[in-house]
Design a protein around this ligand. Structure first.
Ligand code: ADP
Length: 201
């Protein structure tokens, strides 16, 4: 399947999500991560350490794509509407990470609006959710669901181990840290939902 990860706002964990979804998909079948983010986050991540899947830029990606079962595309932040439509049309699932705060929620609504009229299979992923007693994650979920928008049942918790993983150049399941497996479970749950969604198409 082809999974595109896109967001209208930076810092919502888009590249971290693309990288961990690719890690999950690689555990099922050969996966390619195409790093189309101009910050080249995934390529830098791969340079620092070791990732369990192939990472390519867009140009290499075109040549390599047919060799892989799954492709995850990390896109430039804030694509314009035309770019967004091109990215969204070519994929099986568009994942839109969104942090539970007013600015990211507004950016997500704006993105969903831009997709109107196009048959795009998309899901919003609540990301970097702070621990209780902060209930912004729940509030954001309610707001999105009340607006009738599709949201992944699982969300990704805010855990410092994600930043350690980025520094080490490995996915979070490769870090020796008490929270690593908790962090990884979050993406495994999302990965399972994602495969179900892809399979239903
Ligand atoms: P984007 O691609 O949207 O700009 P990044 O994936 O680069 O976002 O993440 C932005 C910052 O947030 C990075 O420092 C990253 O390590 C951190 N981050 C991402 N996901 C999480 C998380 N679940 N918990 C804590 N920090 C996170």
């Amino acid at each position: 399947m082809i999974v595109t990860v896109a967001a209208f706002k930076g810092g919502v964990g888009k590249s971290t999500t693309a990288l961990h979804l690719a890690t999950y998909l690689q555990s099922q079948a050969d996966t390619l991560l195409v790093d189309g983010d101009l910050n080249r986050s995934a390529l830098d991540w791969a340079d620092r350490g070791k990732l369990p899947f192939k990472v390519a830029d867009e140009r290499e990606g075109v040549d390599l794509a047919r060799l892989y079962e799954h492709i995850v595309i990390d896109t430039p932040t804030k694509p314009d509407t035309k770019e967004l439509k091109t990215l969204a049309r070519g994929c099986d699932l568009l994942v839109i990470p969104c942090t539970p705060d007013a600015i990211a929620l507004a950016a997500t609504l704006h993105m969903v609006d831009a997709l109107q009229g196009y048959r795009v299979n998309y899901r919003i992923l609540l990301n970097i959710i702070p621990p209780s007693p902060n209930n912004s994650g729940e509030e954001a979920r309610n707001a999105l669901e009340n607006a009738g928008l599709p949201v992944f049942k699982s969300g990704i918790r805010r855990l410092a181990v994600f930043q350690r993983a980025a520094l080490l150049g490995v996915p979070v399941n490769g870090v020796k840290d008490a929270y690593a497996q908790i962090a990884w479970r979050c993406y495994v749950e999302v990965g399972k939902e994602m495969l179900e969604l892809g399979a239903r198409r």
